[in-house]
Design a protein around this ligand. Structure first.
Ligand code: TH1
Length: 791
């Protein structure tokens, strides 16, 4: 289509969608209505290609990516750039009297994920579509995504995220493809809602299929007519609870049941959908594994394994054959070695909710035990490795057995899986555990969020090929010694810092200096990620500045963005502590012209898109061995920030790319931690590291107030009281001295603008391997065995 035709199409389509939706002329429409109409127009624009893509995929071997989370964020800008129709849409809107940039701000984030795991799934969708790979995502259409965070006197308060309350235009329902889901508490329907996934400069349009639960009958008419209005709606409410919210609090029994219900609901619906399509396209169920592979994103969808076997048995296939097909169909990704995150379900919960599935799990368990006995495995080992033991169903073990691949998400993480978490499995099935280092999509995280840097890169490389072939970023390396280019990079960085500064001033009323070093830590709040280490550093720096005000301190702004799980009290205490530090520093005129602390409220994908491009320093400071990969580290690097970090997760591979001289490494290594912790006494660094006692003691000496709730005392105790496996288990005090040295050095080095820019430029040039296109290619070649299927 010509540019003129495209623009006319958008004008016409937007106008008629507004008319159809509101009965009004476009001139009367609100910006939110215009956004909705624009996203409808995009669907109209891709509809034929979308249908054709589905048809093409149905003829070939396909991958199905099952994930309880897809942290998509906004879609519209991404779609406009991918489809190469940005300018036409912008001009069309201009003619209609609207500004595209402010229309795009109307889109609510689809926050259907907690953090890295969900965002990874979204990046994988983008890469699969861009590479024309037959991959379909399957998840849940949560009515309320991740909670909205507000600060009340520095405390986190959660409020519901009402992202789709006024209808969410970009998803389209397929009521004719609904599935009936069997639950002991009453059957429900699963109705699919599809989100089109456009690829960058390709015609293929992939699908993210999100399930919504509906009651079998809208309400009980007899109860209603008898005046029993509550009872009449009971079934409806039960169904609506299933898709009501992402990650319901599972500290109560009811919460646990609901979470298993969600998992079974979407796993069963997805498996039934995939079986339906297979039967339609290939007839014979026995060829299922030839045409289908299902990737399980962590243990959340693992209940799909017994469900698939159960459904095959219903179709007359014997258990043994069905389980062999399942083994050839499923692949499992592990994302964490934290023991508390490896899912286990009480036998009774599973039995009560899905009794027919439970009996299949028993069969799998018996088969596995028999296989181990056959190879003379030690009885203790058999007991430990079995899916059912200690009164619980062990989902990671179930997935490890009934799958043809188990993968970790960064080299170090995979090594730890092999030698530790899953070492018994490595012994019995050597080669099954493999590594697929995570990646991030350069479309969203560079091209779209940093158009200024992208324009510079495109100018230097002569074309935009790097957006699809991120390895080409390496061709930027020679410019590391080009002073003119480095100056242009610094100009871009300043623009991005100004944009962040504007956002912070508008939303929080805090003014920051864009010439200061922007030091940014954005990720979920968790003790192992060690936001507390950063907080202690800042507080120590505050006291040092107070003592030596005339020293040549580098101006710095410390940014945080983090949500704590609603039931995770200690993480919430750390948020309060950082907010207290921010209050102290930002209001002290002795220091607030040198340092400031900004805790960005309600950190989400849209805010991340402003934060990553503005960073000078990227905080990746988890205790070595705990962060499986991290993906924020990659987004910072792509946008020209230097990493301060431990040798943990993908930081190890970033270090492999840029070398020690282009990042700030500190802290104990994983193998050292293993040695140190058994005899570690945090009181030693507490007493011996100058300044450390002073900052730790602020938790208990009245410097800060937690309104007498004992929260800071508990945080203090977590660091200082108990044996080695209790006191300071994340080695915050142990790594403090080394962190301070590295961060002080990063502050001094920042003053040499050109050297800093050179290092940042090397980081950008070396970031290509962290494109999720590379990751997806590896999944495709080593695990999925699917082929490029271009329409
Ligand atoms: C994260 C990991 O912590 C992170 O290191 C990794 O980069 C990311 O996954 C993507 O691989 C995880 N998120 C979750 C979320 C839940 C349970 C386990 C993990 S691991 C709910």
């Amino acid at each position: 289509m010509s540019k003129k035709k495209l623009k006319d199409f958008f004008k016409q389509s937007i106008s008629s969608h507004i008319k159809a939706n509101s009965g009004q002329d476009v001139s009367q429409a609100t910006e939110a209505e215009v956004w909705a109409a624009l996203s409808r127009a995009i669907i109209e624009h891709v509809a034929d290609n979308w249908a054709e893509t589905k048809k093409a995929y149905d003829k070939t071997r396909q991958e199905h990516y099952l994930s309880a989370e897809f942290l998509v964020g906004r879609s519209t800008l991404n779609n406009l750039v991918n489809l190469d129709i940005y300018d036409e849409a912008k001009d069309a809107l201009k003619d209609l009297g609207f500004d595209l940039t402010s229309i795009l701000e109307e889109e609510n984030d689809a926050a259907l994920g907690n953090g890295g795991l969900g965002r990874l799934a979204a990046c994988f969708m983008d890469s699969s579509a861009t590479l024309d790979m037959p991959v379909t995502g399957y998840g849940i259409l949560y009515r309320h995504g991740l909670f909205k965070q507000v600060f009340d006197n520095g405390y986190q308060v959660e409020t519901p995220d009402v992202w789709m309350e006024d209808d969410f235009a970009p998803v389209v329902p397929h009521r004719d493809e609904k599935q009936r889901i069997e639950l002991a508490t009453g059957d429900v329907y699963a109705v699919p809602y599809d989100l089109p996934i456009t690829g960058y400069h390709t015609d293929n349009v992939n699908t993210l299929r999100l399930w919504k639960a509906e009651p079998l009958t809208p309400f009980d008419i007899h109860d209603f007519n008898a005046g029993n209005f509550q009872e009449a709606l009971e079934e409806k409410n039960q169904a609506e609870d299933i898709w009501r919210v992402l990650y319901p609090n599972d500290t109560t029994h009811e919460g646990k049941v609901l979470r298993l219900k969600q998992q079974y609901f979407f796993a069963s619906a997805s498996v039934k959908d995939i079986i339906r399509r297979h039967k339609e396209n290939h007839g014979d169920l026995r060829t299922f594994a030839e045409f289908n592979s299902l990737q399980l994103n962590d243990t959340h969808p693992v209940i799909a394994i017994p469900e698939l076997i159960r459904l095959f048995m219903e179709e007359g296939i014997e258990f043994d054959e069905a389980s062999e097909i399942a083994k050839a169909t499923f692949a499992y990704t592990n994302h964490t070695v934290l023991a508390e995150a490896l899912e286990k379900w009480d036998i009774n919960i599973v039995k009560e909710l899905i009794p027919n599935v439970y009996s299949v799990i028993e069969k799998i368990d018996a088969k596995f035990r028999a296989e181990l006995a056959e190879i003379d495995a030690h009885p203790g080992k058999i007991e430990y490795m079995s899916m059912i033991h200690d009164g619980q169903v062990h989902m990671a073990w179930l997935a490890s057995y009934v799958s043809y691949s188990i993968n970790g998400v960064a080299q170090l993480h995979t090594d730890i899986l092999r030698k530790d978490t899953l070492h018994d499995w490595e012994d019995i099935y050597p080669g099954k555990i493999n590594n697929k280092t995570n990646g991030v999509t350069p479309r969203r995280w560079l091209r779209n969020t940093n158009p200024e840097l992208s324009a510079l890169i495109t100018k230097l490389l002569g074309n935009e090929d790097w957006v699809k072939h991120a390895d080409k970023l390496e061709e930027l390396l020679p410019f590391a010694d080009d002073k003119k280019v480095l100056k242009q990079f610094l100009d871009v960085k300043k623009i991005k810092k100004q944009q962040l500064a504007d956002m912070v001033e508008t939303s929080l009323g805090i003014k920051v200096d864009v010439d200061a070093q922007f030091d940014i830590m954005i990720k979920r709040l968790h003790e192992y990620k060690r936001q507390l280490l950063d907080a202690f550093y800042i507080l120590d720096l505050y006291y040092r500045i107070k003592e030596n005000p005339q020293e040549d301190w580098t101006p710095r702004v410390f940014f945080f963005g983090a949500k704590a799980a609603s039931g995770y009290v200690r993480a919430k205490t750390i948020i309060k502590f950082i907010n207290e530090i921010a209050e102290l520093i930002n209001n002290d005129s002795d220091v607030n012209n040198i340092i400031k602390v900004v805790f960005v409220e309600n950190y989400n994908v849209s805010k991340a898109e402003v934060l990553f491009p503005a960073a000078d320093l990227s905080e990746q400071i988890s205790m070595a061995g705990k962060e499986a990969s991290g993906t924020g580290n990659m987004k910072f690097m792509m946008n020209g920030a230097l990493t301060i970090g431990t040798l943990d997760g993908a930081n190890v591979e970033i270090n492999g790319q840029v070398g020690d001289e282009n990042m700030f490494l500190f802290g104990a290594k994983e193998e050292e931690i293993v040695e140190i912790l058994p005899s570690y006494d945090p009181k030693v660094p507490y007493e011996k590291t100058p300044g450390l006692k002073r900052v730790v003691d602020t938790l208990i000496d009245g410097t800060f107030s937690d309104d007498n709730q004992g929260l800071f005392q508990d945080l203090y105790n977590s660091l200082m009281v108990g044996d080695w496996d209790q006191a300071d288990q994340y080695y915050v005090l142990g790594d403090f001295a080394s962190y301070r040295e590295a961060k002080d050095r990063a502050a001094v080095e920042f003053n040499d603008k050109e050297t800093w820019a050179r290092k940042a430029w090397i980081n950008i040039s070396k970031s290509g391997v962290f494109s999720s296109d590379r990751t997806i290619r590896e999944y495709v070649e080593d695990i999925w065995k699917i082929e490029e299927t271009k329409i």
